[in-house]
Design a binder for this molecule. Structure first.
Ligand code: HEC
Ligand SMILES: [Ca+2]
Ligand SMILES: [Ca+2]
Length: 508
């Protein structure tokens, strides 16, 4: 008897110890808000409510609606968690061994059929013992509410920036990985490089036998920096892509397609682009945006819960700070309507997922490396956008994209559209990365200023892109705006002078 008692006590202690251990691994972070309506949005006939589902996150990079009806989140700092969308309860199930930027987690993928394939994939950047940066694509197995048995399924040397990336299932046993060009010249058009590509692999990270080019991971090429990827129920693939100073894009991806970068940016509209397009049979984007919006997470809406959004791509934006709804035609090869919601209300938005019953979840990214907004005390947040019976607040409306581009282009507007994402409010810049334009010697010297705008500049790790695409009258306005603001008090230059300098400095 005594012996048996011992065992019982022992088992009890063990259980206690194990539960304590697990409690340590899986802290339950209490939620301290009720999910009350922050805003109401009025569509043609549907009223939507926006509410905060979870807060106090740090740069959630990806949201995935899991088969367990939880929102799976990966934060840039490498925390992978499951969030209960109705209570906001967070359960951290893994902390990846990664440090501060430039290390960081990006893409996350949870297999929808966890019974057969208990797999979770994550892409993160890590500096290894050799001091170099790597992209690591790793697979875990999800068991007993934790992630086990990590297996590196792909590893690539990383560049300094433009690191993408997103993951999606093409079919239940095929994975797509949209990568960035790493800012490495020549990489995106090189079929042997993994940069600036949509790659396709099997669940173990091997080249499948049904890829468009036998023996190659490359499914499509010619991209700059993709931060959005979605496969629709019909199997259509769409990506969102950051352009340089111009031409952010949405592309519809087909096997072996060439999407043109770097020779082609946006649509084909000059001789160099025309020549490349003819030679390589490139595919044009569904849409391109100049000024840029920094398109990030992309999802496809297919539900009659919000009928106005049925058969639409939902795109969240960092620089554009909001949600863009792109209604598709029946075939999915044309955008018929474009509306912007929640613009500049919650700051930068990076990730999105849609629940099976048609609710939309988006997350802010206001603790970013490139701050454009001061974080709210609750940031970063996950917001739910869902149909409600009636509005409890004065409703807000979507903005038609055509109205946005029709706003008058004053020097101030041009500065906000083309310069502020880097040189910041009041031309303050970002220490060590983007120079301040207040009392800048370059701004003072009109020729140097126009040379910088026309040709761009790269003396260190960070590049000033070329703005040669700006029309003379826009160049004049933005040049004079930076010369007469931020405490700068330099003489305005007229259009003829700008044209003359432009002619002189333009690289032939
Ligand atoms: C993507 C980020 C980015 C954008 C957008 C951008 N710049 Fe820059 N800019 C930079 C970087 C980086 C440098 C430093 C380049 C170097 O010296 O190598 C720079 C340098 C400059 C300089 C030189 C400052 C100095 O004192 O050295 C001026 C002037 C300037 N930019 C003006 C502008 C204007 C005007 C716009 C908008 C039309 C603009 N930039 C848009 C990143 C950007
Ligand atoms: Ca393109
Ligand atoms: Ca073009």
């Amino acid at each position: 008897m005594a012996y048996r008692k011992h065992i019982t006590v022992g088992v009890l202690c063990c259980t206690l110890l194990i539960s304590l251990l697990f409690a340590g691994c899986n802290p339950r972070v209490p939620h301290h808000f009720d999910q009350e309506t922050e805003e109401n949005i009025k569509l043609d006939s549907t009223v939507l409510g926006v509410s905060v589902v979870a807060d106090s996150l740090i740069v959630p990079w990806e949201l995935v609606w899991g088969p367990d009806d939880r929102i799976w989140v990966v934060e840039e700092r490498g925390h992978i968690m499951r969030i209960n969308p109705s209570t906001g309860e967070k359960r951290i199930i893994l902390k990846l061994p990664i440090g501060a930027r430039p290390e960081g987690a990006q893409a996350l993928l949870v297999h929808p059929d966890q019974k057969r394939y208990p797999y979770v994939y994550v892409h993160y950047k890590k500096i290894k013992e050799d001091g170099k940066r790597y992209h690591i694509l790793e697979r875990y197995e999800y068991r007993r509410d934790t992630l086990l048995r990590p297996k590196v399924i792909m590893e690539q040397l990383a560049g300094k920036s433009h690191s993408g990336s997103r993951l999606a299932f093409h079919t239940p046993r095929r994975i797509l990985w949209a990568t960035g060009d790493q800012a490495i010249k020549g990489a995106t058009q090189d079929p042997n490089s993994f940069h600036g590509k949509v790659l396709r692999m099997d669940l173990d990270g091997n080249i499948p036998d049904d890829n468009p080019t036998p023996g190659s991971y490359v499914y499509a090429l010619g991209f700059r920096n993709m931060q959005g990827l979605v496969v629709t129920p019909k199997g259509q693939i769409y990506t969102s892509e950051h352009g340089d100073a111009s031409d952010d894009e949405i592309n519809r991806i087909v096997g072996n397609g060439n999407y043109g970068f770097p020779a082609i940016e946006g649509t084909v509209d000059n001789d160099i682009e025309r020549e490349f397009a003819l030679e390589h049979n490139t595919i044009a984007p569904l849409i391109a945006w100049t000024p840029t919006i920094a398109p990030a997470g992309l999802d496809y809406y297919s539900s009659m819960k919000i009928p106005e959004w049925n058969n639409a791509l939902l795109l969240v934006m960092l620089k554009g700070q909001g949600l863009r709804v792109l209604n598709l035609n029946e075939e999915g090869d044309r955008i018929e309507k474009e509306e912007v919601f929640l613009e500049k209300m919650y700051g930068r938005i990076r990730a999105i997922c849609v629940s099976p019953d048609g609710d939309v979840y988006i997350s802010t990214s206001n603790h970013d490396w490139n701050p454009m907004t001061s974080p709210d005390r609750r940031d970063d947040r996950i917001l739910r956008i869902a149909k409600v019976k009636e509005a409890v607040k004065a409703p807000i409306y979507g903005k038609n994209a055509a109205d946005i581009s029709a706003q008058p282009k004053t020097g101030e507007v041009l500065y906000q559209q083309y310069c502020m994402s880097c040189h910041k409010n009041k031309g303050k810049g970002l220490k060590g990365i983007y120079p301040a334009l207040a009392s800048s010697e370059v701004v003072k010297d009109s020729e140097e200023l126009i040379r910088t705008l026309v040709n761009g500049k790269k003396s260190g790790d960070y590049a000033m892109p070329s703005f040669t695409f700006l029309a003379d009258e826009d160049m004049v306005r933005v040049v004079n705006y930076v010369r007469t603001n931020f405490g700068n008090d330099y003489k305005e230059i007229d259009r003829t002078a700008v044209q003359e300098i432009r002619e002189k400095v333009q690289k032939k």
